[in-house]
Write a protein that binds this ligand. Structure first.
Ligand SMILES: [Zn+2]
Length: 207
């Protein structure tokens, strides 16, 4: 092969591989992918009764995170509520209310406390209400926890996640007038902040 032919070949190979790659990375720069798993992956590693598993949907959502950039995450939720979750997150995105990240809790080995400490927003988790024998609304995918670090659960003065504070001046904190609370409550979701004994600022659920 002549040297010039070799160079032409080399350049065309380079062009063929680099161009789609470059445009691809431009696209990825626009949206930060926090989660892009399959439903199978999102429900793996835990014994979930088959009918319950079949009643769940994995919803892709976009939101602005604390870095000011648009992110893509996923909510594993009861299929009947999938449409509302889509609408609610569209409202949250439009309002630019920051959501840290939204990743199915399988990433945290189904540990609520690990997910909360990482400020992760999540819905389905086949678990009991902490400290009880009652199944949580999360166990049927009818509840979601948003930005746990800014919106802790406060039970008898103790915050979960540990060390978290509820301060309405901090961005990402849900207040009655915030777009998050409005988007959920307008659709009939109950907010844990309105509970009498335990205040659960991160928690919204729908029967
Ligand atoms: Zn919750």
């Amino acid at each position: 092969m002549k040297r010039i032919t070799f160079y032409i070949l080399l350049i065309s190979i380079f062009a063929a591989f680099s161009l789609p790659g470059r445009s691809g990375s431009v696209l990825q720069n626009k949206v930060v992918i926090d989660s892009r798993m399959t439903l199978e992956e999102a429900t793996s590693g835990l014994k979930i009764p088959s009918p319950l598993k079949k009643s769940l949907s994995l919803v892709s959502v976009n939101y602005y995170s604390f870095d000011g950039r648009l992110h893509e995450g996923q909510v594993l939720v009861q299929s009947k509520l999938a449409g509302e979750i889509r609408e609610i997150f569209r409202e949250i995105e439009e309002s630019r209310f920051p959501v840290a990240k939204v990743v199915p809790i399988v990433k945290y080995g189904w540990s609520d406390s690990l997910s909360m400490s990482d400020n992760n927003t999540s819905a389905f988790n086949y678990r009991l209400v902490k400290g009880t024998k009652v199944m949580s609304a999360h166990a049927t995918g009818r509840a979601i926890d948003i930005n746990p670090l800014q919106n802790p659960q406060i039970k008898r003065g103790k915050a979960s996640p540990l060390g978290a504070k509820y301060d309405i001046k901090v961005p990402g904190t849900i207040t009655p007038s915030s777009p998050v609370a409005k988007a959920f409550t307008r659709r009939g979701w109950k907010w844990g902040a309105t509970w009498r004994s335990t205040k659960d600022y991160q928690h919204f659920e729908k029967k």
